[in-house]
Ligand binder design. Structure first.
Ligand SMILES: [Zn+2]
Length: 413
């Protein structure tokens, strides 16, 4: 059951996933790792070779290009985006992608990790893919279909449109961004440089998924300054910042309102980092909720806990700083659902019923939407991301290419 774009998608995904382009949370540079530019330079070459216009690598590490309009009609300029970095959470060096042609529906084992198995029982979506061509890594790395599947889909759609100028569409802007996985994919210059009325990230999972709701997200830093003194003469004087930090963490909700106890549209408070000494300790947290009121309530709860611990030990100094990270794209998209409706129509055109579930996270599109470029997220087929069991169906990517083509055509009608 090979379809039109399968061989090209397979070749592209194998070529792109073999390149290490992992991002790094700890790095202060932009992009966070220089290896992402290896991927970007290849894309500049390939975009130029297929005849894209305005191809450039920006100094903030994004690759931009244009598929020129083929119709005089006043079509909006639309954008297609994918990120080139792979997740820092798992080994991404030395990815050896392989293709299982015409998947037999059984358990999948790995050449480099004899104990590892991917089963249709453990991954029910896989059970629906018998007969597809499945791509996995070799067992010791992630695959990086997140989001090289998105890159492959956009490159394949771009190559097809540039080779077939009789297909009517408006101008399409392409952006391949670095550092999505570390939350730094959207530079403040990107919306203007993209120059699109609205855009789509190709960074979603199951076929049919069209996402336009993400978390709203804040980050919090709690700093506890104790009173430091030689322990030998500390009686009645020393105030240990670590004890106070432990008290704050202990007082926060644990049986509820944490990532491990919530799902669906529930938000959470998550302690991500705790470092320090008796003299000073720093707690880092992330706050997530789909609604701004819920997000604010979680911030207030954290402030109250800090204030209560502070009240019990006035000699210490406890500060809690909460900063916005990104906002639910629904707040903007629900005012004008055109980009979502267009994608849903394109999805039905290829015989697939679209589904929209809230993303328990954020995408480059969350930031872009907030910055004025409405940007829902479209499926690519990627599954079990950020780990060794990551896999994708070539035919699912083919459906995503048809989505991109359908959106381009419908936007020009
Ligand atoms: Zn992604």
């Amino acid at each position: 059951m090979r379809t039109d774009f399968d061989q090209e998608l397979e070749d592209r995904l194998l070529r792109y996933t073999a390149i290490d382009s992992q991002s790094d949370e700890e790095s202060p540079t932009q992009p966070s790792t220089a290896i992402q530019l290896d991927m970007q330079r290849l894309l500049v070459e390939e975009l130029t070779a297929i005849g894209a216009a305005d191809v450039r690598l920006t100094d903030y590490g994004a690759v931009l290009a244009t598929i020129p309009a083929t119709t005089d009609a006043k079509a909006p300029v639309i954008g297609f985006l994918a990120h080139v970095d792979t997740a820092p959470q798992f080994n991404a060096t030395g990815v050896k992608p392989r293709v299982l042609k015409n998947y037999n529906g059984g358990a999948i084992t790995y050449p480099d990790a004899p104990g590892l198995t991917l089963t249709p029982e453990g991954s029910p979506y896989l059970a629906t893919k018998a007969g597809h061509d499945i791509i996995t890594a070799s067992g010791t790395t992630l695959l990086g279909a997140d989001d090289k599947a998105g890159v492959s889909v956009i490159m394949t759609a771009a190559r097809h449109l540039l080779a077939n100028p009789h297909i009517p569409h408006g101008a399409i802007r392409i952006a391949f961004t670095p550092d999505e996985e570390v939350g730094r994919g959207v530079d403040k210059r990107l919306p203007a440089d993209l120059g699109a009325s609205f855009a789509y990230t190709f960074d979603g999972g199951e076929v049919g998924e069209i996402e336009y709701e993400s978390f709203s997200a804040d980050g919090a830093t709690v700093t506890i300054t104790g009173v430091s003194i030689h322990p030998g003469m500390a009686k009645g004087k020393l105030v240990n910042a670590l004890h106070l930090a432990a008290k704050i963490v202990q007082t926060l909700p644990q049986a509820t309102m944490t990532p491990e106890t919530t799902k669906g549209t529930e938000g959470f408070l998550h302690v991500t980092d705790l470092k320090g000494s008796a003299a000073e300790a720093v707690i880092k947290l992330i706050l997530r909720d789909f609604e701004l009121e819920g997000l604010a309530a979680k911030g207030e709860l954290l402030q109250q806990v800090c204030a209560a611990v502070q009240a019990g030990e006035p000699r210490a100094e406890i500060t809690c700083e909460i900063k916005p990270q990104y906002r639910n794209m629904r707040y903007w998209l629900e005012k004008d659902m055109t980009p979502v409706d267009l994608a849903r129509a394109a999805c039905r055109d290829i015989g697939i019923e679209p589904v929209s579930v809230p993303i328990r996270g954020g995408t480059d599109g969350s930031r872009l939407t907030e910055m004025g470029v409405p940007c829902p997220n479209i499926f690519t087929g990627m599954q079990n991301i950020h780990g060794p069991l990551e896999w994708i169906s070539v035919q699912d990517m083919g459906a995503a290419v048809k989505m991109a083509l359908g959106i381009a055509e419908r936007a020009a009608r």
